[in-house]
Design a protein around this ligand. Structure first.
Ligand SMILES: Cc1cc2nc3c(=O)[nH]c(=O)nc-3n(C[C@H](O)[C@H](O)[C@H](O)COP(=O)(O)OP(=O)(O)OC[C@H]3O[C@@H](n4cnc5c(N)ncnc54)[C@H](O)[C@@H]3O)c2cc1C
Length: 469
């Protein structure tokens, strides 16, 4: 039981607000991006600064509270919140500082992707990260982070230079290649297991105008497109990053009415390089593939591409997703994709294959916590719908689809494309890096205070039943 006195003390210690269950804005403050997840924390500490984070961590410890860390609140299984515990909500801690001389970008833990894209673009820079502008940069980065720039510049973690961290005992450290190297290694892919990151410093990369956009083909052409794609990608220049989607045209503007509800195979493209070279690639696509039913590629500022799909995916829909790393796209796997595409339970439900070759492969398997440096794609199968009544069908579809496809994949998955799937899945993802992560967890969080995440359990606690929600 929490005493009123201790809550009053926490409130007095924080510059930000502490929201309790009875408060007027509690319902709004606890909402997560995925409306399928309905968690009711006791307290939400909306931190204004690092001092607030330190006080919140100490409060959580002293009161033995299950404690979650929330960045953008976009996590699929809702690991940015918890039931009956404390949420350390970092969303007020925004702010991006671009240093154009050194091409570095310092990012607050409450920033979303769009904040970083916007700030960097003014300087002709971008931080390689995700593809939807509302996603939290903190959770995305700590899980690894991939998007349109991955083939050229690597994962988000490959562009991380430094992180400020509040540890489980409330102390503060800066982790980089020469200070707390072990922690810095673990933060690059190990998720929120090791502390609360209060500031990230990234290498900015030269990105400004890109040639990009979606191309749709009718589903009858999908087999040909997918076979072409698997052959083409390894020989494509790393400036070109097309991700593949098997999906449905949403029955909404701006899509042409005659396409609404049609099943499609899509390439969502981004070319970040000289525009004349982009033209050569898109000419090749037109020559080698059937005529598309929609081609919206063109030259656009990078932040425009990054927010292109935001209107389709507002906060508050039902999501159930599962992922896997994929090395090869066999004919048998294509059959499975087409079978489940035909059975998609809603127009927004989808399968995407995001390329993680090129620069991602140039980093060693043990150079960061992210060990899967030889996958060609990070795959996500997502059942999505605005209607809560569809929660069952979209979940069942995503699970069945994944079960059927899993034998054709590499075993582990991007931690940010997992629901709560248990320790074996987390181990499979980290592979040979898992034991090193456990050792670092032992050092920085031996009591598993930070356990509302894709949890890496400290050694000796394997049989302990750790509440994760
Ligand atoms: C529409 C959509 C599009 C997406 N697109 C991409 C994409 O293109 N590329 C990609 O890589 N991923 C993508 N993702 C997945 C995304 O990376 C995860 O959902 C990620 O968890 C989002 O981070 P967040 O800060 O919003 O999460 P939150 O829900 O706030 O937090 C999730 C987890 O991160 C940890 N965490 C958050 N902030 C901190 C912090 N400051 N310190 C320590 N731990 C912290 C917490 O432990 C928590 O477990 C997408 C997700 C959605 C919903």
């Amino acid at each position: 039981m929490l005493s009123e006195k201790s809550v009053t003390e926490l409130k007095a210690n924080l510059r930000g607000r502490v929201i309790e269950r009875g408060d007027r804005d509690y319902e709004e403050a606890r909402k997560l991006y995925n409306a399928m997840i309905d968690k009711r924390p006791l307290l939400i500490a909306q931190c204004a600064d690092v001092a607030d984070v330190i006080s919140s961590v100490r409060f959580g410890r002293q009161n033995n509270l299950l404690t979650a860390i929330r960045g953008g609140g976009h996590n699929g299984p809702g690991l940015g919140s918890c039931n009956d515990g404390l949420v350390i909500d970092l969303s007020p801690m925004k702010g991006v500082r671009v240093d154009p001389a050194n091409r570095t970008v310092r990012v607050g833990p409450g920033c979303v992707q769009g904040d970083v894209d916007h700030a960097g673009h003014a300087f002709g820079l971008a931080v390689p990260a995700g593809i939807v502008s509302t996603t939290g940069i903190a959770g995305l980065t700590l899980g690894g982070g991939h998007g349109y720039l991955a083939r050229k510049y690597g994962l988000t973690i490959d562009n991380l230079i430094e992180a400020d961290v509040v540890l489980a005992d409330g102390s503060f450290v800066t982790a980089n290649p020469s200070h707390h190297e072990d922690l810095f290694w673990a933060l690059r892919g190990g998720g929120g297991n090791f502390g609360v990151v209060t500031s990230f410093v990234f290498q900015g990369q030269p990105v400004s105008q890109v040639f990009a956009g979606p191309i749709f083909w009718k589903i009858e052409d999908a087999r040909q497109i997918m076979r072409w794609y698997r052959e083409f990608l390894p020989r494509a220049p790393v400036e070109f990053c097309p991700f593949l989607g098997v999906k449905t045209v949403p029955s909404t503007d701006p899509f042409p009415k005659e396409l609404w509800g049609r099943k499609i195979c899509a390439l969502i493209c981004c070319y970040n390089g000289p525009l004349d070279k982009a033209e050569q690639i898109f000419k090749l696509i037109r020559q080698e593939l059937p005529s598309p039913i929609l081609d919206w590629t063109g030259s656009m500022p990078f932040p425009t591409l990054q927010s292109l799909f935001d209107p389709l995916f507002p906060k508050g829909m039902q999501w159930y997703w599962k992922g896997d790393f994929v090395k090869e796209l066999s004919d048998e796997a294509i059959d499975v994709h087409l079978n489940y595409a035909a059975k998609a339970p809603s127009e927004l439900s989808l399968m995407h294959l995001y390329p993680i070759d090129g620069a991602v492969h140039r980093v060693g398997k043990d150079a960061t916590a992210w060990s899967c440096r030889d996958a060609t794609w990070s795959m996500v199968i997502a059942g999505i719908d605005p209607d809560p009544a569809k929660a069952g069908p979209i979940t069942a579809w995503a699970k069945e689809y994944w079960e059927a496809l899993h034998p054709f994949t590499m075993g582990g998955a991007y931690v940010n494309f997992m629901m709560e799937e248990g320790e074996d899945r987390v181990r499979a993802t980290y592979g040979n890096n898992y034991e090193r992560l456990v050792a670092i967890k032992n050092k920085y969080d031996p009591d598993n205070f930070f356990r509302v995440n894709q949890n890496i359990k400290p050694a000796g606690r394997k049989s302990e039943k750790v509440a994760a929600s």
